[in-house]
Design a protein around this ligand. Sequence first.
Ligand code: DC
Length: 228
Amino acid sequence: MKDDAVPDAQPPASATNGARLVIAVDGPAASGKGTLARRLAAHFGLPYLDTGLLYRMVARTMLDAGELLDDTEAAAATAAGFDDTAIDEARLRGREIGEAASVVAALPTVRRALIDRQRRFAAGGAGAVLDGRDIGTVICPDATVKLFVTATPEVRAARRHKELAGRGEAATLDGILTDIRRRDARDSGRGDAPLKAAEDAVLLDTSALGVEEAFQAALAIVESRRRG
Ligand code: DC
């Protein structure tokens, strides 16, 4: 799997002080968890995995093959067999693929087929940062630090609207808000590994925070947890 860590502000070589550090970042769509997770990974010099891309890849591969998203056997075979070194993020980012990913992610066979890839990633050397919906609850229940990142649906819709506009994808704010509410309901309401905060997760509401403020808040949580 591609190591997506982009070392930005020159992390100190000893950012993790030699101790393994696994950071689980969960939260609903457009909560800002991806931006935070990526920055934390860069700061600590750790590899980063956006696990949503795995579900998006399953959905994309099925749609490309003309398969129906509720075909559980095809979905399980796709999830078990796709090449995760070939993930092309640009093709997976659109609004429709997010929705399709949420549909296949509700299938227990798909979730089961993706567990090992994610756990292997987290098991590497110095640790890792993973973001998703079930990282703290299922994939890495022993993560050093668990963050649950939220923001109000309205704030998330506004962020997603700006992001889509930047990519030239037309969508109304109301349409995006409806999408987000539907996705929240599906991701939180499914029986298998639903979106929810682990009992030992720290809640970070980014509704009123800018990107830098949210990062500083997340960093403070990580540092305080590491100090124990
Ligand atoms: O984080 P994202 O928007 O790229 O995720 C797309 C969908 O994939 C999301 O609506 C639910 C699913 N997903 C999941 O069920 N578990 C994860 N760990 C990550 C994503």
